[in-house]
Ligand binder design. Structure first.
Ligand code: FE2
Length: 239
């Protein structure tokens, strides 16, 4: 997996970077793996931590450890996902137990190549590259229905609490809205874009900027709006 223009310098400079999916050069074998992985979005399970019985978000969550100096990526046993209330006012300070990533997805060659490729785009220093990293893999499906808008980020502009994160579009179907935005720490809008095609990506150097996504609703009200996203969070264990 490669691109003609790495995003390392842009991320270091602006603290975020956008990548069009069509810029990615992916081998035919990895493309097949990508399609297999994408099919797994039909198996996601309800997010039971939404407020007021809302049902607009389905998800799965998996954990890996990554040793960049050895290029070793290892799936870790499922664990609750925790964010402090400081970074997630909507569902922070709760140990959230999500449906786990399937073992087929965890072993998917495209996912594993993508985790490594993203890391190569981050402005890490020599010391960080010698540490162990924890990788959070989140599969999300946001559903917008005529009577219930889908909120990709009900907490509003936020940090994930990671060192870096990658937001990859999987699929966007019958969607109006779903605008990705990046903000300064004070909440000033820096940039917005709509992820339209598979693998359209936003990279965020999370401690330095906030990000958020606007609500979605259906274009054709007879069908739901679906927005499938793969978010991968990267945390250096020794800060
Ligand atoms: Fe986020």
């Amino acid at each position: 997996m490669e691109i003609s223009r790495d995003r390392v310098d842009e991320l270091a400079d602006k603290k975020f970077a956008v990548l069009a999916g069509k810029e990615l050069v992916i081998s035919p074998a990895l493309e097949r793996s990508r399609h297999e992985l994408w099919e797994d979005w039909d198996t996601l399970e309800p997010d039971s931590y939404l407020k007021k019985g809302a049902s607009f978000r389905l998800r799965r969550f998996g954990l890996f450890s990554y040793l960049p100096w050895q290029d070793t990526l290892t799936m870790q046993p499922p664990k609750p996902y925790f964010q402090s209330a400081q970074v997630n006012a909507y569902a922070g300070d709760i140990q959230r137990q999500f449906a786990p990533l399937s073992s087929a997805s965890a072993e998917n060659p495209f996912l594993q190549a993508l985790i490594r490729f993203n890391f190569s785009q981050f402005p890490t220093d020599q010391n960080q590259r010698q540490q162990t990293w924890t990788i959070d893999v989140h599969q999300f499906r946001i559903i917008g229905r005529p009577g219930e808008v889908g909120e990709p980020t009900p907490e509003g502009p936020h940090r994930d609490g990671d060192d870096f994160n990658a937001i990859h579009l999987v699929k966007r179907e019958n969607v109006s809205g779903g605008l990705n935005s990046v903000y300064s720490p004070d909440g000033d809008l820096l940039s917005s874009c709509t992820l339209e095609l598979p693998m359209d990506t936003v990279y965020v150097w999370d401690p330095y900027v906030l990000h958020g996504v606007s609500a979605i609703k259906p274009i054709d009200s007879k069908r739901p709006a679906l927005r499938d996203v793969l978010v991968i969070g990267y945390n250096c264990q020794k800060k």
